[in-house]
Design a protein around this ligand. Structure first.
Ligand SMILES: [Zn+2]
Length: 192
């Protein structure tokens, strides 16, 4: 799937997770950092692809992207598996622990979870594409949904546009249906 679909899926997944945490309270700084981490998590598995936006935005990103892509086994390999999720979660945790002293007042646990929700949503979304995802590496079997490949989406084609629109419609329905709770959340659960 393309980056914009992953961005939308990541933030939608985060919204659902937050909605399921009635006692969650967080500072504005934590909320904004968590949003950023969520969006990064949503595209992080595609660091194995030299053409990913992640690399395109860096000056010699294409070059590094190619090297890192090869090291990670090519596109849709280790970073698109449960082993990759655990490894990247571990690295993200190390990075957050290192950065914590310069980010006072930021709850790094929440930021970490937001990153992981983004990554997991990426793998789920890629599972809807024809290529599938090697969830259970080192078992080299690419799994997709629905199991019949012909019914899955081709990245960048009409099917992906339909998936994007469906997520938007679901989000709009959820936001509209829970308007009061969302206002309540912004007023009472984002603390200073
Ligand atoms: Zn991907």
């Amino acid at each position: 799937m393309k980056a914009r679909t992953h961005d939308l899926a990541a933030i939608s997944a985060l919204g659902i997770v937050v909605a399921a945490q009635p006692n969650l309270k967080l500072t504005l700084g934590t909320a904004l950092t968590a949003l950023l981490a969520n969006q990064l998590g949503g595209i992080a598995p595609d660091i194995d692809q030299p053409t990913a936006p992640f690399w395109r935005n860096l000056p010699i990103g294409g070059f590094f992207g190619k090297i890192i892509g090869k090291m990670l086994g090519g596109h849709r390999f280790i970073t698109h598996s449960i082993v990759g999720l655990v490894l990247m979660g571990f690295l993200a945790n190390l990075l957050l622990l290192t950065l914590h002293p310069i980010m006072p007042g930021i709850n790094i646990d929440i930021v970490w979870w937001a990153f992981m929700v983004g990554m997991l949503s990426h793998l789920i979304m890629d599972s809807f594409t024809k290529e599938g995802v090697p969830w259970f590496l080192p078992i080299p079997l690419k799994i997709g949904f629905p199991p019949i490949r012909a019914l899955r989406v081709t990245t960048g084609k009409l099917g992906e546009g339909v998936v994007f629109a469906l997520i938007l419609i679901a989000d709009a329905g959820l936001l509209g249906g829970h308007y009061a709770e969302i206002v309540q959340f912004l007023h009472h659960r984002i603390v200073y």
